[in-house]
Design a protein around this ligand. Structure first.
Ligand code: SAM
Length: 277
């Protein structure tokens, strides 16, 4: 049975998703949203839109909402995404942070990949850290990776990737840290996987965000674009509070905090722009 979602119903769900996850879908996305809602109405045996909406709004632990969000989020990512920015991180931001810490005899480094999707971003950061910190063994590194989507986090923990994900990985790195599997895919090995801890976190959950403090660098790339200005501001504010003084935040290529927060300093590195607290 094909369930049809009326316009009013689309608007109700759209507003609920916005309230709970910050994601905003305008009318142009109506078909995309409706198709997924119809799918979940069937899968959850809700029978009618009204029942489904009630479950979504009042259901136990937001379980059904999470299922729906998992269908609606875009998980596009790959290793070595936007290399100039990664090089700015490794060649310019990191040495500044490490030097300041060495002077304080503090060898704890805290990095956070917020909205990490299937893990390519935090694992890439782990590779850069291992490959570029000269006294790597001396450092205690906490590399936290969070995302809203439980399925994608399960995939991240498995660390098995297809050719498309690893297309930009330099051959030497591929050889050193990946194992090729019989089915043509690649599995990342433990020197890298053991550096990353994954956790579920909704970026608009203020109390959840408050648990994460003392970060030296935050990567929050290609997720703010899905939020409206209200939640973008809120998330950037939370991330600001999570950073140490002088800490850096790296955003996606087309994202900036300029319009939404004056608290950060714009830093012009040789290969990319970033923001510092
Ligand atoms: C396009 S991916 C970006 C992955 C990676 N940062 C990159 O740039 O390659 C966006 C990710 O944001 C996550 N996401 C969307 N809304 C979120 C929210 N409210 N809280 C946390 N993560 C969210 C999605 O599940 C998805 O995995």
């Amino acid at each position: 049975m094909l369930i049809k979602v009326e316009r009013e119903e689309f608007l109700q769900i759209r507003d609920l998703i916005h309230e709970k996850a910050g994601l905003y879908f305008d009318e142009r996305k109506r078909y995309f949203v409706e198709k997924r809602v119809a799918k979940r109405i069937q899968a959850s045996a809700s029978e009618s839109f009204r029942n489904y909406y009630r479950t979504l709004k009042y259901g136990h632990n937001n379980e059904e909402l999470l299922h729906l969000l998992e269908l609606l989020t875009t998980n596009e990512t790959y290793f070595y995404r936007h290399i100039p920015q990664l090089e700015s991180f490794a060649e310019e931001a990191l040495p500044l942070i490490l030097e300041e810490k060495r002077q304080q005899n503090n060898y704890q480094l805290n990095i956070w990949s917020a909205a990490c999707s299937s893990g390519e971003e935090p694992y890439t950061l782990a590779i850069f850290l291992r490959e570029t910190i000269p006294d790597f063994e001396r450092w205690k590194i906490d590399l936290l990776a969070t995302d809203l989507d439980r399925n994608i986090l399960a995939k991240a923990r498995k660390a098995i990737y297809d050719k498309r994900s690893i297309k930009d990985v330099p051959p030497g790195v591929l050889k050193k840290y990946f194992r090729s599997l019989d089915d043509g895919r690649y599995q990342l090995t433990s020197p890298i996987t053991s550096m990353v801890r994954f956790q579920r976190l909704n970026l608009i959950d203020r109390s959840g965000m408050r648990q994460h403090r003392g970060k030296d660098v935050i990567f929050c790339r290609n997720v703010l674009i899905y939020f409206d200005d209200h939640y973008r501001k809120q998330v950037v504010h939370s991330l600001y509070n999570s950073l140490n003084k002088n800490g850096f935040i790296f955003l996606g290529h087309s994202e900036s905090v300029g319009r939404i927060s004056a608290a950060f300093q714009l830093v012009k590195f040789k290969k990319s722009l970033t923001y510092q607290k």
